[in-house]
Design a protein around this ligand. Structure first.
Ligand code: HEC
Length: 140
């Protein structure tokens, strides 16, 4: 694991280093590699992320009223609309917004908040990596 991926993984784990890693610029690939390092430890038999699984997770509800698509839209490469406030949300796919998945601490903050809203719990590293695999398919 190279130093940049390690830093991303540590930030994603919310270690103390996360503070110093706030503002640390990463690529979506590095952030996904960070989740992969975590998924290898937390998911027995981990054999890679799946865009199909990520798409299913993104579109489905998980016990509450909203899915990810409720705010980020059915097509994440175009703007979404906040289900509660009606505010426009910039596209979640990195191909359509270069700021997306470029800062580990920010990515973690929103995954935590949104997974809690949608599923009533935090998402696992496997779920986060799967959703990223789905999002990274757009614009290719
Ligand atoms: C109630 C509305 C809402 C729902 C539902 C929602 N999100 Fe979000 N999401 C937001 C808002 C608002 C932001 C922050 C504003 C922005 O980044 O444009 C955000 C930002 C994010 C980010 C930050 C990405 C980055 O690097 O900028 C990720 C990742 C994310 N959401 C994933 C998800 C996932 C996965 C789900 C489903 C489990 C989900 N969201 C459901 C409203 C929502």
């Amino acid at each position: 694991m190279n130093a940049r991926i390690l830093t991303a993984a540590l930030a994603l784990m919310g270690t103390q280093l996360a503070t110093s890693a706030t503002g640390f610029a990463a690529t979506p690939a590095e952030i996904q590699a960070g989740y992969e390092a975590l998924a290898r430890q937390s998911t027995s038999g981990f054999s890679g992320f799946s865009a199909a699984r990520g798409e299913q997770f993104y579109r489905a509800t998980h016990g509450n009223d909203w899915s990810c698509a409720s705010c980020h839209g059915a097509t994440p490469s175009v703007e979404g609309k906040h289900a509660k406030t009606g505010k426009t949300i910039s596209p979640l796919a990195p191909s359509a917004d270069a700021q997306r998945f470029s800062e580990a601490a920010k990515v973690e903050k929103w995954f935590r908040r949104n997974c809690n809203d949608v599923a009533g719990r935090v998402c696992t590293p496997l779920e986060k990596g799967d959703v990223m695999a789905f999002l990274l398919r757009f614009g290719k």
